[in-house]
Design a protein around this ligand. Structure first.
Ligand SMILES: Cc1cc2nc3c(=O)[nH]c(=O)nc-3n(C[C@H](O)[C@H](O)[C@H](O)COP(=O)(O)OP(=O)(O)OC[C@H]3O[C@@H](n4cnc5c(N)ncnc54)[C@H](O)[C@@H]3O)c2cc1C
Length: 453
C-alpha cells in the first residue's frame, strides 16, 4: 500500500497548482487535452485551446483493507486495474474499454456487468477534487459543503469542472471468473431470467447479448479460486463475442474477464476489418484493442473516406452509437421497437440498479426501486433514400423517453433544448453552473452534448 504522504501526493499537488495557473491564463473556450477519448461526437469547432492534463495519471494510494483507491482523474482504467489487482481488489465497476478514464466514466456515465450490484461508476465515488470553471479546486463528497457538486457531477461531461483526484470504492477479487452463457429464445424469458440472476447472491457479474430476435444470451460470472482447465484467451485470434454462442461454460483470468470486450471493441472491430484472420495475424495482439480502433475511426472522421465511398455508392448513412437504460419492465417493448425500427445487431444488454436508494444524482436521475437494462448498440444504418438528419437517433430518443429510460450523452443527441433540460434537470444544473462556473467559462451541457460547439 502506498503511503498517503508519499512523494506522489506532493507531485500531485504540484500538478494541481500548474493546472490552476493554466486555467487562469487560458481563453474561455477550452477543452481537455488528453491522448485518448471514447466520445463519439466530434466538435463542430475544432480550433479550441486545450488544457494539458496528460500527467494526471497516477494511482496515489490503494487501501485494500478499507476498500478504496485514490487516483488522479485522467488515469485510464487499464492502469487503475493494473494497480489494484496486485492488492486483490478492483474498482466496484470497471467500464469495458481500457482507455476510458476514471474521470470520463464518472462525469460521462459508465456501466459494466457488476452494475446490477454496485450501480454506475459515479455511485462508488467517496470523494473527489474538482477544478471548477471558477478556477478553484474543491473537494466534493456526499456529505460536505460541496455535496451539490458531488451529486451533480455525473453526466455533466466536464461542463462544471474537471475531476483531478477521485477516491473510489473497491471490492475483493479472486484469480478467475467462471462464466455461464444462458441462451433464451424469447425476449420475455431472457429478461425474466436476467432479473432473477441479479437477485442471486452467488453471482458476481451479469450482462448479455442479443444476436437475433430469437437468440438472446445472459452471461453470468462468478469469482472462483481455480479454473478446472487452462483459462480461455480472447486477446488475439479468438473472439470473446463469438465464444458466447459456442460454449456454455468458460473460465477467464480476472484480468482477461475485465477486458474481454476490449480486444474486439465488443464486435465493432469488424468495421476496421480486424475480424479477418490475416489482419489479426498481421496486427498482432498488441494492436487489437479499442485504442487502435478509436484512432482509425477518428482518422476516418477527419478525412471522410467512408463518407465519400458511401456517397459514390449512392448510400445514405446515419451512425447510431448509443447506450440507453430502460426500466426492465419495458425491456421487451424496447427490444421489439428496436428490431422493427433500427435493426442493428448484436445488441449488448447490461443490468444496473442504483447502489444507494437514497442518493439522487440530479443530471442522471434513476428510480432507486427499479432494475434498468442498458442496451448498447453501435453501428451505421445505411439507406437508399435520404432521411432527415438524425432520423434513427430521434426515434431512439423518443422511445427511451416514452418508456421512462435515460440515454447516455457520449454520442450524437438531437433533443430540443426544452426537452433536454426537462430530462436532465435544468433547474439543478443552472444552480450548479452559477455556483461553480459563474462566469460560464465552460460550455453548458446542451451546447456541448447536443450542439457540439
Ligand atoms: C462505442 C462506445 C461504447 C461504449 N461502451 C461503454 C461501455 O460499455 N461501458 C461504459 O462504461 N462506457 C461506455 N462508453 C462510454 C464511455 O464510458 C464514456 O464516453 C466516457 O465518458 C468516456 O470516458 P473517457 O475517459 O474516454 O473520456 P473522454 O472521451 O476523454 O471525455 C468524455 C467527456 O468527459 C469529460 N471528461 C473527461 N475526463 C474528465 C474529468 N476528469 N473530469 C471532468 N470531465 C471529464 C470530457 O470533457 C468529455 O466531455 C462507450 C463509448 C463508446 C463510444
Amino acid at each position: 500500500m502506498k503511503s498517503p504522504s508519499s512523494p506522489s501526493r506532493e507531485a500531485h499537488r504540484q500538478r494541481c497548482q500548474r493546472l490552476v495557473d493554466s486555467l487562469a491564463a487560458a481563453p474561455d473556450d477550452i477543452r481537455l487535452g488528453k491522448d485518448t477519448s471514447n466520445l463519439f461526437r466530434s466538435r463542430v469547432a475544432l480550433n479550441t485551446r486545450s488544457l494539458d492534463v496528460r500527467d494526471f495519471t497516477s494511482v496515489l494510494e490503494v487501501n485494500p483493507k478499507e476498500g478504496w483507491v485514490d487516483v488522479e482523474g485522467m488515469t485510464t482504467y487499464e492502469d487503475l486495474v493494473a494497480a489494484t489487482l496486485p492488492f486483490g481488489v478492483m474498482p466496484m465497476v470497471v467500464p469495458q474499454l481500457k482507455s476510458i478514464t476514471i474521470g470520463g466514466a464518472v462525469t460521462g456515465i459508465g456501466i459494466e456487468s457488476s452494475s446490477f450490484r454496485y450501480g454506475l461508476p459515479h455511485e462508488s465515488v467517496i470523494d473527489m477534487d474538482i477544478l471548477t470553471g471558477d478556477g478553484q479546486i474543491v473537494t466534493a463528497s456526499a456529505s460536505n459543503d460541496c455535496s451539490d457538486l458531488y451529486y451533480g457531477f455525473a453526466n455533466s461531461y466536464g461542463t462544471l469542472g474537471y475531476a483531478l483526484r477521485l477516491k473510489i470504492r473497491t471490492v475483493p477479487v479472486k484469480p478467475f471468473v467462471e462464466l455461464t452463457h444462458h441462451r433464451f429464445e424469447s425476449p420475455e424469458r431472457n429478461f425474466e431470467a436476467l432479473g432473477q440472476f441479479c437477485e442471486d447472491p452467488e453471482v458476481d457479474f451479469v450482462d448479455g447479448v442479443v444476436f437475433g430476435d430469437q437468440e438472446h444470451y445472459v452471461t453470468t460470472g462468478r469469482f472462483v479460486d481455480h479454473s478446472p482447465q487452462p483459462p480461455s484467451d480472447y486477446t488475439w485470434m479468438k473472439m470473446y463475442f463469438k465464444s458466447i454462442r459456442e460454449k456454455q461454460r468458460d473460465w477467464l483470468s480476472v484480468e482477461d474477464y475485465i477486458w474481454r470486450w476490449d480486444t474486439d471493441w465488443f464486435w465493432c472491430s469488424k468495421n476496421v476489418f480486424a475480424q479477418s484472420t490475416l489482419v489479426r495475424v498481421l496486427a498482432g495482439r498488441e494492436r487489437l484493442n479499442s485504442v487502435t480502433y478509436q484512432k482509425i475511426m477518428r482518422w476516418n472522421d477527419r478525412t471522410g473516406v467512408m463518407r465519400s465511398i458511401n456517397r459514390w455508392r449512392g448510400v445514405h448513412t446515419e451512425s447510431v452509437i448509443q447506450d440507453v437504460d430502460i426500466p426492465i419492465q419495458h425491456a421487451c417493448e424496447f427490444l421489439q421497437f428496436f428490431h422493427r425500427e433500427i435493426g442493428i445487431k448484436p445488441i449488448w444488454t447490461c443490468p444496473t440498479k442504483p447502489l444507494d436508494p437514497a442518493a439522487n444524482f440530479d443530471l442522471f436521475p434513476m428510480n432507486p426501486e427499479t432494475l434498468y437494462v442498458n442496451f448498447g448498440f453501435w453501428d451505421v444504418i445505411k439507406t437508399r433514400d435520404a432521411m432527415p438528419a438524425g432520423h434513427f437517433n430521434r426515434l431512439v430518443e423518443a422511445k427511451v423517453r416514452e418508456l421512462g429510460g435515460l440515454k447516455s450523452l457520449y454520442s450524437d443527441s438531437f433533443y430540443k433544448e426544452d426537452e433536454f433540460w426537462a430530462l436532465f434537470d435544468g433547474k439543478s444544473y443552472r444552480a450548479l453552473k452559477s455556483r461553480y462556473d459563474s462566469a460560464g467559462r465552460f460550455k453548458d451541457l446542451y451546447q456541448k452534448c447536443v450542439l457540439r460547439v
